[in-house]
Write a protein that binds this ligand. Structure first.
Ligand code: ADP
Ligand code: ADP
Ligand code: MG
Length: 455
């Protein structure tokens, strides 16, 4: 089998994969743009190759440069991480065509699930509950109006190729439809190079609850409990926890079964996440499937004890070393995403030099980070610089641990969202576990009003 893996990513996920490769006895090669010469993933790998200038188009999204880097270093496999090319069926196929193992699902699964409108149709046919909406893409405003009237306003128009919360627009009344549909199409075209959109009923006050699965190439598919990612700003996750505060044993069983059915319906192997919305009556609906390792995977690793970079084994064609019966969810884990940004100034990114850094530690505390003291964060990439994850026997103990870990965390020289995360963790609705996907936007609006009123 292969001995050397190329990691086609940067930041904390590249560092996470380097560590996993080392534990598996594999050599690791990383790639970097000229803006990332001193980045941690470039510094600590066995070998690192410059693949281009700062712009992602010319570096981390440059397929030919990545294939050449594999060929020049003798890497036999490639791990895409998340973001960048992780959900590109074209790139996965290009790796295979060049004799490089793509550590992920098959290109066919990626392209089927990456088309969110088509994925919903497949899931519906497999008996997985989906959010009411258009059957596939909608092309004309007239057709959209007809469907929206049938399912009832408010509705969302969503990009078929969407990701990262982009290309989603809310429509409350028919007279807004034409304009919002065109806005969503433009954004989708800009971000994903594909302006196809579909319609979905807006679930009011929903909870984002997703099921982690892992499947091998023999068809063994195991569900690893859920994560609650309802704490979102602009449809992007800010904080995640497992178990979900609204979970019951029956709901978990039903959602896990639906997730396994969803994965099997598309012959899926690799780690993957089936995202659902859950309403107040605990009805759940399939939203999309992410065909890669996810930012928030550590919370699942902690409550299940399963290392999700087992995908290295799956990609080698080996069977999973456990079955569903071996999986038990233990204790409670919470993750806070630590971003270089200023919450007081509309979450404006804050690149720059880290003058001093203190990372919390102790039992039940894990920090996956890509920064070090003296490191200069470049302005070109995602603002997430670290993830702080805690684990404790109960949710309230995990919250207490997270409070003190955040309070201890120091990143000086740049702005960060650490104090903002601390305010969220101390919030009464968070503590009570009653928050839903709309909580954070309301929290921000309330804080703004308090400030405007001089409170
Ligand atoms: P999750 O947080 O559930 O892992 P996200 O959708 O937030 O998933 O995406 C993870 C990372 O990938 C983020 O850095 C996000 O900005 C990026 N990302 C997700 N989808 C896309 C996409 N289609 N194009 C570019 N980047 C994406
Ligand atoms: P992306 O591919 O960008 O991650 P998703 O389809 O996963 O897009 O949706 C991102 C977020 O948008 C969800 O977690 C949820 O908060 C919100 N959302 C999406 N669809 C709906 C819906 N039908 N009703 C209410 N909220 C939704
Ligand atoms: Mg999503």
């Amino acid at each position: 089998m292969w001995k050397k893996v190329l990691i086609a990513n940067r930041g904390e996920i590249a560092v996470r994969i380097i560590r996993a490769c080392r534990e598996a006895g594999l050599q690791c090669v990383t790639v970097y743009s000229t803006a990332d010469k001193t980045a941690l993933h470039a510094e600590i790998a066995d070998e690192s190759v410059c693949i281009g200038p700062p712009s992602v188009q010319d570096s981390y999204l440059n397929m030919n440069a990545l294939i050449s880097a594999c060929q020049n270093t003798g890497a036999e496999a490639l791990h895409p991480g998340f973001g960048f090319l992780s959900e590109s069926a074209e790139f996965a196929q290009l790796c295979i065509d060049n004799g490089i193992t793509f550590i992920g699902p098959s290109p066919a699964s990626i392209s089927m699930l990456g088309d969110k409108a088509r994925a919903k149709e497949t899931m519906k046919a497999a008996g997985v509950p989906v959010i009411p909406g258009s059957d596939g893409a909608v092309t004309s405003v007239e057709e959209a109006k007809k469907i929206a009237a049938e399912i009832g306003y408010p509705v969302l128009v969503k990009a078929s190729a969407g990701g990262g919360g982009r290309g989603i627009r809310r429509i409350d009344r028919e007279d807004q439809l034409e304009e919002q549909m065109s806005v969503a199409k433009e954004e989708a075209k800009l971000f994903f190079g594909n302006d196809e959109v579909y319609l979905e009923k807006l679930i009011v006050g929903p909870h984002h609850v997703e099921i982690q699965i892992i499947a091998d190439q023999m068809g063994n598919t195991v569900a690893l409990g859920e994560r609650d990612c309802s704490m979102q700003r602009r449809n992007q996750k800010v904080l995640e926890e497992s178990p979900s505060p609204l979970m019951t044993p029956e709901l978990r069983k039903a959602m896990q079964e639906a997730a396994v059915r969803a994965a099997k319906a598309c012959g899926y192997y690799n780690a993957g996440t089936i995202e659902f919305l859950v309403d107040d009556d605990r009805n759940f609906y399939f939203m999309e499937m992410n065909t890669r390792i996810q930012v928030e995977h550590p919370v699942t690793e902690w409550v299940t004890g399963v290392d999700l970079v087992q995908t290295l084994l799956v990609a080698q064609g080996k069977p999973l070393p456990f079955t569903q019966d071996d999986i038990e969810v233990r204790g409670h884990a919470i993750e806070c995403r630590i971003n270089a940004e200023n919450p007081e100034q509309g979450f404006r990114p804050s690149p720059g030099k880290i003058r001093s850094l203190h990372i919390p530690g102790g039992p039940g505390i894990r920090v996956d980070s890509a920064v070090y003291q003296g490191y200069t964060i470049p302005p070109y990439y995602d603002s997430m610089i670290a993830k702080l994850i805690v684990h404790a026997p109960t949710r309230s103990q995990a919250i207490m641990k997270m409070r003190w870990a955040l309070a201890e965390f120091i990143v000086d020289g740049i702005d960060s969202n650490i104090d903002f995360q601390l305010r969220l963790i101390k919030n009464k609705d968070f503590e009570a576990g009653t928050y839903d996907n709309t909580f954070l936007e309301k929290f921000l609006a309330d804080s703004k009003n308090d400030k405007d009123n001089g409170k």
